[in-house]
Design a protein around this ligand. Sequence first.
Ligand code: ATP
Length: 534
Amino acid sequence: MDMSKMDKLVSLCKRRGFIFQSSEIYGGLNGFWDYGPLGVELKRNIKEAWWRDMVQAHDDIGVLPGAPSPFEMVGLDCSIIMHPQVWKCSGHYDLFHDFKVECNESKKRYRYDQVWGRWVEAKGQRIFVAVAAPGEEGTKETEQKALKFFNLRAKNVEELKWEGDLACLTAVKDFAPVLGPDAKSLGTLGEPREFNLMMKTIIGALGGEEDAAFLRPETAQGIFCNYKNVVDSSRVKIPFGIGQVGKSFRNEITPRNFTFRSREFEQMEIEFFCKPATSPDWYKFWRDRRYQWYLNLGLAQERLRLRDHHKEELSHYSCGTADIEYAFPFLAAGDFGELEGIAHRGDFDLRSHQEGKLVRQGDNLVVEQGPDGKPKYKGSGKDLSYFEEATKERFISHVIEPSAGADRATLAFLCEAYCEEEVKGDQRVVLKLHPRLAPYKAAIFPLVNKDGMPDIAQKVYRDLKKSFNVFYDDSGAVGRRYRRMDEAGTPYCLTIDGQTLQDQTVTIRDRDTLVQERVAIAELEAVIRARVQG
Ligand code: ATP
């Protein structure tokens, strides 16, 4: 899919009511999105598929294929704003930042590691031509900017002597010869500066700086803080996992690529607690299981990859992290964007909330000291260890964290599903969404609005509506109604026609194969159920 198809998908999302820009009537707000009538159904179906497959429906008693042992799963729904000490002990207060560079000419800010460019020489001058977060067109963009800067015509393009491919600004030592992404003159980018990504808010009417709190940048910390509550109240035994779906907020410097990088987004996170000795096996289990989940719901293997982080990429506490990545169409060919991270977090989180913020010292994690020799950030002081009855062992459990983004998953499923094809000489746009994810499972059409067809169609609609989200449409030619449902990703269209009046059957048309079969009205519910769950 090329960029123009991405534009088409964005426009389809707006036209059909999947995704709108937030506050659009006021010009929009960068990094915030709203889900329309179809989008909210799609995203809910994704979250519900996750909840069902990960939290509710796995077998607590038997052993899942690939799992080291049986395990339990429970859910949680925590507050968005938590005690500020949570973020000090978790490390977010000190460490959760990106670097930004600011352009004093355009007044724009860029994420330091997302500015890329190329060295070029012309008319005796050597400069670095930068562009912000380039996609496939990055090389072309630098060429156009360089022509403009050197005041050259396109036919004189060979006067530009390029050195190497696109390189990140982080590799450039001196910004004096840098032509910023939106600048006309050189050397307008300032020094990179740290920028904490947590969104601040104030609690209470009289609140001052000491009442500052943060909107959570991840849902995970609510799980760690409730770990003991869950163990004490639900009788779960290690190994077990806690799942949570909820909003998170990050003050991203450059939100971009549609919903991919937003400032408000939803996460679907699991914290899985296990014995230290078995944690490498559980890490592998979750990595593979999460990868398979996206495949099962329709992402193509050639666009989905599981990438193990290199040792240098690992967080200071992690013994292993893998990302599940998708080849989003807005990225350059061969590039992948993160859908989900699966991290082996050891005992870092529970110990941090018990003892205080930890730092690595050699091979150990120790409590970070302030200048006065006391813990820099005090932990809760609560005992977060676990006592295993069977073995009489006490330990702090290790944690495996599969952390997914509901919005990125929604975007990936939309990108994968978008398809333009020719049907009998006609061009059609169709979203080939997995039936489990499709906003409507079926649409019901009376062929014509007479001969009692609408009555039967409305009864079919009302009966099916008890089980599925279905849509009723009696306006326009049936072909047009099919096209509308193709764009909405509806897998089945049921048409009540002349034959229905005689034999109580309807046609069921398959969105992808276009095959039409006749099915008895009495069997519709079972037929659709079987297909939707398949
Ligand atoms: P990135 O490197 O892309 O910023 P990250 O590694 O910081 O992502 P995590 O902290 O691992 O992301 O968050 C887990 C998941 O939450 C990500 O895999 C992604 O699906 C989702 N996510 C994170 N940041 C955003 C965002 N700004 N907009 C939408 N989804 C996000």
